[in-house]
Design a protein around this ligand. Structure first.
Ligand code: ADP
Ligand code: MG
Length: 238
């Protein structure tokens, strides 16, 4: 598990400065929600953490070590996207096993890890199926198993529940929350849904236009919003 620090992290695309310079400290084992309107830089922040985007400035630290130059595959970060992003031609088993291909995991160990990850999210019965033979909720569970199979030090969830129907979304909130408690993995959940953020996270980071507007516990943001923007965002319907 990891403690995460952003030290003046910036990101520009061409002339557009999406994140001007962000400081952030996330504790080992913490569950943090990145909350904010569409386009404010939530996914960009996650992709920087995953090593998929390089920051244009600043330093990213895992457990006190600068990881700016550490490639995505060497960061041991699990990531789940809204769109599931499963490989359609592969079985569920091979999808979940995929992240182990870089790790020279012995075959027996890989199979054990896949079975364990699948059992954690209750897709153990579906290992021989293809993604097209699964419901949206089942596909998202498989994506979660794939993110967990490496026993990541950091779990990144980018609007993982947005494509699910309302009932499933509610039950998956509880399930992901208790899974995170059990594993103790540092987790960052991106969402534009304030109910999701307040029910799942230890702390909420409210972002606006590439900047952190406020960081605090759900109660802090709800009871003592630092600005009208935060109050409006937390208080409005999803
Ligand atoms: P969010 O996830 O909060 O909705 P994003 O992080 O996806 O927002 O995007 C933040 C801003 O950065 C948006 O204006 C978006 O258009 C821009 N952006 C994101 N990725 C790229 C990219 N690869 N190239 C150019 N602009 C990008
Ligand atoms: Mg996004």
């Amino acid at each position: 598990m990891a403690r995460i620090e952003f030290r003046n992290i910036a990101k520009r695309f061409g002339d557009v400065e999406v994140i001007p310079g962000m400081d952030l400290d996330i504790a080992d084992g913490e569950f943090v929600a990145l909350l904010g309107p569409s386009g404010c830089g939530k996914s960009t922040s996650l992709l920087i953490l995953a090593g998929i985007y390089l920051p244009s400035g600043g330093d990213l630290l895992f457990d006190g070590h600068v990881v700016n130059d550490v490639e995505a595959k060497d960061r041991n970060v699990g990531i789940v996207f809204q769109s599931y992003a499963l490989y359609p031609h592969m079985t569920v088993r091979d999808n979940i096993m995929f992240p182990l291909r870089f790790k020279k995991t012995p075959r027996d160990e890989a199979i054990r890890r896949v079975n364990d990850a699948a059992a954690l999210v209750q897709v153990g019965e579906l290992l021989d199926r293809k993604p097209s033979e699964l419901s949206g909720g089942q596909q998202q569970r498989v994506a979660l198993a794939r993110a967990l199979v490496k026993q990541p030090q950091l779990l990144l969830l980018d609007e993982p529940l947005s494509n699910l129907d309302a009932t499933l979304r509610l039950s998956m909130r509880t399930e992901i929350k208790s899974l995170q408690d059990e594993l103790g993995v540092t987790t960052i959940l991106v969402t534009h849904d304030q109910i999701e953020a307040t029910t799942m996270a230890d702390r909420i980071i409210c972002m606006r236009a590439g900047r952190i507007e406020q960081i605090g516990t759900p109660d802090d943001l709800y009871d003592r919003p630092s600005s009208l923007f935060v109050a409006g965002f937390i208080g409005s319907p999803p």
